[in-house]
Design a protein around this ligand. Structure first.
Ligand SMILES: [Zn+2]
Length: 65
């Protein structure tokens, strides 16, 4: 049984997607099992850039403050 995890790709203007760490296929929503290679996904999606701080910055530059 293969095991892998989702690598979250957070995008600024498009919906997030998730990339399989084993085969690299991308899905819109993380699932228990990769539809591409059938690996069982372990743990929470992780990795990628954390936009949280950037989002706060965006609030400032878009005038929401
Ligand atoms: Zn896969």
């Amino acid at each position: 049984m293969n095991h892998a995890h989702w690598i979250k790709n957070t995008r600024l203007f498009d919906p997030d997607d998730y990339e399989c760490s084993a085969c690299g296929c991308k899905v819109a929503q993380p699932t228990d099992r990769c539809p591409g290679c059938g690996a069982e996904m372990t743990g929470r999606p992780r990795g990628g850039h954390d936009w949280t701080e950037d989002a706060a910055f965006l609030d400032i530059i878009t005038g929401k403050m």
